[in-house]
Design a protein around this ligand. Structure first.
Ligand SMILES: [Zn+2]
Length: 614
């Protein structure tokens, strides 16, 4: 994710004199002479570093924005280090990712190959269809020289006319050469090289480019229109201006894909290419784009001090990911609503569908949001089987915390100000001046927006594990909100619509969650009937009451019985056939109903109007 102070300033208002252009750059070259080998050929030339008898070269361990040590060096092969005349230079490997080069202060050249066969937003991929890279999985840096300017030359595969897209500015007069203010900017600027589709549009003089790789059934003009709307609606939250002069969307349309990785002047988004058979595909695309584009402010420029410049060698701990990711996830929904991509009805449905998923999670109140963020490296990014029972994602909980704070601020200000105003403040006071934030600054901004102390919110929901009062807050915005089990909702329907068979069959509950389309147990809710009967993760169910079941019939056979009745489940555990008898309970999982209250009071309507901003 990051950019240094230097190039943040550079993107905001042109290069400053700080990075003296006289300083010789570190020059990289990336070739791909045999895409079928999936190996990039990389060369790094380090200029003379007088006064340094040795120089350490280090390969990054992680990619900013994705909080996991990935040890990218595991894909490095055929490393050679020579001096400027081509003679082998003595060097020693000090640890998995660090080499000490005895350069005697002279320039030297490092050549190596990188196996690039992981198609994700945070890694690199090369085959005959394209080359894509994140600098963190391709480039060494020189210890102590992160601030030095970088250059990169790209060599296409032989006999191709692949186009090269990146947010880095080209170097005038040197085709296929690009310049980065420093290593942070170099690795914060992914490259897409191939024969992908390309489009561009401009808004208030800022050029937006789109590199679309892969096969999709989406209407491309509509994708561009969505991006345009998202970009405008997001900028409106920050005074209508962009913090860069050029921005690149790299979109990978894959067989299966969802997710993005934000950068200062670009983004990579993986989408499922053939998922545009209905509106849902476009809405998911818009939601992802809004999330990622909001990051151009939140986390890339409004950021915790440890999130840029980075330490690429190890974990960079922050307690603010609920703010950087969760609040971003929440505001993405507001942005696509304000952009007219979804309507109010869809917005209520998003709350009704997603809140119960969160509110039914057994692990949602075990750990504070601040701690969930801190331990991202070992928990969210390395989830164990029991993650859902003992933990929750700071994306998910952070989203609801963001909505709760927005509604609290609206309530204090009769709907006039809310979470977008908090971000506008942090941008004006910190991000724009390249000053990092801490949680105190977020808290102070909330207090300023509310014109009342907001410490209680942070104490209870960020550093405490109090249940988020979302249903109550939704009611203050003039909404009718009810939380009930699904069978109770069925029972309340008017006689003509009420399905008594369905109502009865919705009640019986085991506490077992299966992997999609399989009979493999993904989770067992603590203290549920299945938990008490000893069924656990990975058990492979074959029969209910002695009759074989399939993924589509397991729930139906459970529903044949009433709560309180006993039920026999047969399963394989590590190839041994076992059986458990459990006493079914009544399904405790609650659904949410959200709809506008026709009798909402004027203050409630003011809150709702300010909140939605439409
Ligand atoms: Zn994000």
């Amino acid at each position: 994710m990051a950019r240094s102070k230097l190039n943040r300033r550079a993107t905001a208002g042109g290069r400053t004199s700080l990075g003296s252009t006289a300083e010789p750059p570190i020059a990289y070259r990336v070739a791909m002479s045999d895409p079928d080998s999936h190996e990039f050929e990389v060369e790094m030339h380090v200029p003379p570093l007088p006064e340094r008898a040795t120089a350490d070269i280090i390969f990054p361990a992680w990619a900013p924005g994705s909080y996991l040590v990935r040890d990218f060096v595991r894909h490095v092969y055929a490393l050679t280090i020579t001096d400027d005349r081509g003679y082998h230079l003595p060097h020693e490997r000090l640890d998995k990712q660090r080499w000490r080069v005895s350069s005697g202060g002279h320039g030297f050249r490092v050549r190596y190959r990188v196996f690039a066969f992981e198609q994700s937003v945070r890694t690199s991929h090369l085959d005959r269809s394209h080359g894509y890279w994140n600098g963190t999985s391709l480039f060494f840096f020189v210890d102590g020289e992160l601030k030095r300017p970088c250059e990169i030359a790209v060599q296409r595969p032989p006999r191709t006319r692949w186009r090269i897209d990146t947010a880095l500015p080209p170097i005038a007069g040197r085709p296929d050469h690009f310049r980065a203010a420093d290593f942070d900017e170099l690795v914060d600027s992914p490259f897409e090289v191939g024969d992908h589709a390309h489009a561009a549009f401009s808004i208030t003089g800022v050029k937006f480019e789109v590199a679309l790789y892969g096969r999709t059934n989406a209407d491309r003009a509509r994708l561009i229109q969505i991006l345009r709307r998202v970009v405008i609606a997001t900028a409106e939250m920050f005074g209508g201006k962009f913090p860069f002069t050029r921005y690149l969307f790299i979109i990978h349309a894959l067989p299966v894909g969802s997710g993005g990785l934000e950068h200062s002047a670009s983004v990579t988004m993986d989408i499922t290419g053939l998922s545009f058979e209905d509106e849902g595909g476009y809405q998911r695309f818009a939601d992802l784009a809004a999330h990622e584009f909001f990051h151009a402010w939140n986390v890339k420029r409004i950021r915790d001090a440890v999130l840029g410049p980075f330490d690429y060698t190890r974990e960079n701990y922050t307690r603010l990911l609920w703010f950087h990711e969760g609040f971003t996830d929440y505001l993405a929904n507001v942005i696509i609503l304000r952009a007219g991509i979804i309507d109010e009805k869809r917005f209520w449905r998003f709350i009704a569908d997603d809140w119960p998923r969160y509110a039914n999670r057994p692990g949602r109140s075990e750990t504070t949001l601040a701690e969930l963020s801190f331990e991202a490296w070992i928990k969210l990014y390395k989830p164990a089987e029991n993650h859902v029972n003992r933990s929750v994602s700071y994306y998910e909980k952070g989203l609801w915390a963001g909505m709760a704070l927005d509604l609290l601020l609206r309530r204090r200000t009769s709907g006039r100000r809310g979470l977008p105003d908090l971000f506008a403040r942090l941008w004006t006071s910190f991000g724009r001046h390249d000053r990092p934030i801490s949680e105190i600054d977020v808290r102070n901004a909330a207090t300023q927006v509310a014109r009342a102390p907001m410490d209680d919110f942070f104490r209870r929901y960020i550093h405490g594990t109090d249940e988020l009062p979302l249903p109550a807050l939704l009611r203050t915005a003039g909404l009718l909100v009810a939380e009930r089990p699904e069978w109770a909702i069925e029972a309340e329907k008017p006689d003509g619509d009420r399905d008594r068979v369905k109502e009865r069959r919705l009640r019986a509950w085991t506490g077992i969650a299966l992997h999609p389309d399989r009979l493999l147990v993904r989770n067992v809710i603590p203290d549920s009937p299945a938990w008490r009967a000893g069924i656990t993760f990975g058990d492979d169910i074959v029969a209910v009451d002695g009759h074989r079941v399939a993924p589509a019939t397991f729930a139906k056979r459970i529903a044949d019985r009433n709560p309180g009745e006993r039920c026999r489940i047969t399963y394989f555990r590590r190839d041994s056939l076992e059986e458990a008898t459990l006493t079914l309970a009544e399904n405790p999982e609650r659904k949410l109903i959200v709809k506008p209250d026709p009798d909402a009071t004027r203050p409630a309507l003011a809150i709702r109007r300010g909140w939605l901003g439409v």
